[in-house]
Write a protein that binds this ligand. Sequence first.
Ligand code: ATP
Ligand code: MG
Length: 184
Amino acid sequence: MVYLKKMEAHGFKSFADKADISFDAGVTAVVGPNGSGKSNITDAIRWVLGEQSARSIRGVKMEDVIFNGTTDRKAMNYAYVRLVLDNASRTLQMDADEVHITRKLYRNGDSEYYINKERTRLKEINELFLDSGLGRNAYNIISQGEVDEVLKAKPEQRRGLIEEAAGVMKYKLRKKESEKRLEE
Ligand code: ATP
Ligand code: MG
């Protein structure tokens, strides 16, 4: 199974100094006082995986993820997050033991994504994680309230979750895309 080895963040929310957080395979607990940035870690993980909704990462507009300064520290003009994933299992379809995913956002709205050192598009990142059980819409991050949501979900939404887990989502999306092309 692929696992998260490391997260680097710089200029993302409260991470004004470059944060370099390593994880071991297995269980990790993050502890700290209120407001110390624990939830900002999961926000950063969601964000680098392509989160497009500022609200899902507790902001109003996307620019809110950029460190906005404190009384003695000036605001930054970009936010950067990189994940290092252990892919020795080849769960992600790339012939590499480690996969790096990077996202950078500038205050002027320019945004960049990278897979390893290659500049890429969000679509490629989504494709890479599709059916892997990872990715921003997968079930790898479960926040408060989401367990309730699953319980209350309509049957077709619940089916979507099962399909993602079973690994058939990729084929459904491809089918949809080719049907769209046929119509055009
Ligand atoms: P709790 O235990 O209450 O859940 P937490 O450890 O999860 O707290 P976070 O919510 O991760 O804390 O961090 C909140 C902190 O992040 C606040 O101090 C807030 O000011 C800071 N923060 C959020 N966005 C930015 C930003 N753009 N620039 C600077 N600081 C930010
Ligand atoms: Mg929190």
